[in-house]
Write a protein that binds this ligand. Structure first.
Ligand SMILES: Cc1cc2nc3c(=O)[nH]c(=O)nc-3n(C[C@H](O)[C@H](O)[C@H](O)COP(=O)(O)O)c2cc1C
Length: 198
């Protein structure tokens, strides 16, 4: 049976709500501002059902430094098999390569992504894994210090804590539009009504 102690070598007595780097240590190194507030709040309210992983953004493989016990139960791997390595071992023949590439691309630019893909339990059986992957920015810079995934929103993420997305002015919208054009297109003058005032 997926995730059962028989397949993982863990006994129920060893099951913990959180394993790896303590939540207090993670919170001490990340900013408490901006979108981080949603995840700081989540980490302060976790329950035994919360499913999350935290990876070290300073590590080339973003190795997992902490996760919830409920996640270990879900994937069927033991603590020693999850902490200190990436999550590639969860992937297999039916895992969507584009979804994996999207995660790599998001992490390459300190961005976030929502993913839904097939993963594999420790016993080889498949499961549908829906989660969001977000950077937790550092306390002293805007760079990601950790990457965090939330697989089951228990407790619910409180998005009202996130700062509102500023409405873009027409000029800023036009500027970002021009920046996405190839150089040859960008030299062409935009239609008069769309021209950025200089
Ligand atoms: C915190 C965190 C959680 C992740 N959770 C999963 C997961 O549950 N399933 C999965 O297939 N990949 C997961 N990944 C992504 C992989 O570890 C890896 O980053 C992805 O396969 C892209 O890298 P690659 O192109 O080198 O394989 C997670 C990554 C991080 C940082």
């Amino acid at each position: 049976m997926p995730g059962s102690p028989a397949t993982t070598g863990r006994s129920l007595a060893q099951t913990k709500d959180h394993v790896g780097l303590p939540i207090a240590d993670i919170l001490a190194t990340i900013s408490q501002e901006g979108v981080n507030r949603v995840f700081v709040d989540y980490l302060q309210r976790t329950t035994p059902e919360s499913q999350y992983l935290v990876g070290d953004a300073h590590d080339a493989d973003c190795a997992i430094v902490a996760c919830s016990g409920a996640w270990l139960e879900r994937c069927g791997y033991g603590e020693a098999e999850v902490i200190g390595r990436g999550c590639r071992h969860l992937q297999g023949p039916e895992t969507c390569a584009r979804a994996v590439a999207a995660m790599g691309e998001a992490m390459g630019r300190d961005g976030q992504c929502a993913t839904s893909l097939i993963n594999y339990h420790a016993d080889g059986s498949k499961f549908q894994n829906d989660f969001i992957l977000v950077p937790l920015t550092s306390r002293d810079s805007t760079a990601a210090r950790y990457y965090m995934s939330v697989h089951a929103s228990e407790p619910a993420l409180d998005w009202s804590l996130a700062p509102p997305v500023p409405a873009q002015s027409p000029e800023a919208r036009m500027r970002s539009f021009s920046e996405t054009l190839s150089p040859s297109q960008a030299t062409r003058s935009p239609p008069a009504g769309l021209r950025v005032p200089v």
